[in-house]
Design a protein around this ligand. Structure first.
Ligand code: SF4
Length: 318
């Protein structure tokens, strides 16, 4: 279900946390909710959280689902910010705007199925080109290839980071875990295509799911394909479960992998994962990344791009 809404601002400042250092401080989400339906989605909380914060976007009489149904709301009720282009243009054009890197799609996938209908990303990218604004985009959809021309053009002007998330090469498992996302093979076709552009490309291997996607064969296959695509970096990350995501994922396990409920309960007593398991997983990942000469440093290509002469054009400062 699509619901067209209006927003006051397009860009949101990301709150700094002591745990993670991000290479950007601004988020742009053109949708709220995500049809890809990943059963481990960390952003499920955002529908109810944002609704409380941002009441003016919705009709007063709207009835919200109970906590147990929130998961369905996030995947099924997609809010489309139809005035996002006007709001973004205003923010990018403000004198105070310093052309900081914008992360497009922090709590939803900008190339989810709704985008095939609304085509907002093309207009967003046209604005980014006009303002020469650096961006990062992470997706699980090959719909991003539709905007190959605009992304290539923007990458000639400034920093563009295109990352693809792949958790498993097992098509069947992927369609269970991430029902409406593109197949893993199609996601790699995105990295293959963009390696010939000036953009930085990355592989996000997250989350790694204990007992489901953590076999060394699966991790090896993903990293070997990433190496073929000449990605600039890979970022692995283990599954973290909290709040709505925790409830939803345990329901998913109960339905599909009941034998994994006990091991997961032991491992995820709180939100995190067992330290021993994590240390071993990262040891294996490091070995594999070394094997394929893949860097884990996503800051380096950004710093290299920003120190290149193309960034010093005088027009950028006016
Ligand atoms: S693509 Fe990302 S935002 Fe969308 S459902 Fe999957 S994890 Fe959540």
């Amino acid at each position: 279900m699509f619901e067209e809404i209006q927003v006051k601002k397009a860009l949101n400042r990301i709150k700094a946390t002591s745990k993670i250092t991000l290479p950007y401080h601004w988020d742009l989400n053109i949708y709220r909710g995500c049809e890809h339906g990943c059963n481990y989605c960390f952003a499920m909380y955002s529908h109810s959280y944002l609704e409380k914060k941002d009441k003016y976007s919705f009709a007063e009489e709207e009835v919200y689902p109970s906590a147990g149904e929130e998961k369905c709301a996030f995947f099924q009720r997609i809010c489309v910010k139809t005035n996002i282009i006007e709001a973004l243009d205003k923010q990018l054009g403000a004198r105070s705007w310093k052309k900081e890197v914008i992360n497009i799609g922090g709590v939803c996938d900008s190339y989810q199925p709704a985008e095939a209908k609304y085509r907002l990303m093309r207009k967003v990218l046209e604005l980014m080109i006009e303002h020469r604004n650096p961006v990062t985009i992470s997706t699980k959809s090959d719909l991003i290839l539709r905007d190959y021309d605009l992304l290539s053009e923007l990458a000639e002007l400034t920093y563009v980071n295109i990352a693809v998330t792949v958790t498993t090469m097992d098509e069947k498992l992927s369609s269970l875990l991430e029902p409406l996302a593109s197949s893993p093979e199609k996601r790699f076709s995105v990295l293959r295509a963009f390696k010939d552009t000036a953009s930085v490309t990355g592989l996000h291997m997250m989350p790694v799911l204990p007992f489901l996607t953590d076999s060394s064969q699966n991790l090896d296959k993903i990293l070997s394909l990433a190496a073929e695509c000449k990605v600039n970096y890979a970022l692995p990350g283990i599954l973290y479960l909290r709040g709505e995501t925790r409830k939803h994922f345990f329901n998913f396990l109960e339905l599909n992998y009941p034998e994994l409920l006990d091991p997961y309960c032991r491992m995820y007593k709180k939100g995190g994962d067992s330290r021993t398991y994590k240390a071993e997983l990262y040891r294996v990942l490091k070995l594999l990344m070394d094997k394929y000469h893949i860097s884990g440093d996503y800051m380096k290509p950004m710093q290299a791009k920003f120190s290149s002469p193309i960034q010093l054009k005088l027009t950028d400062f006016f």
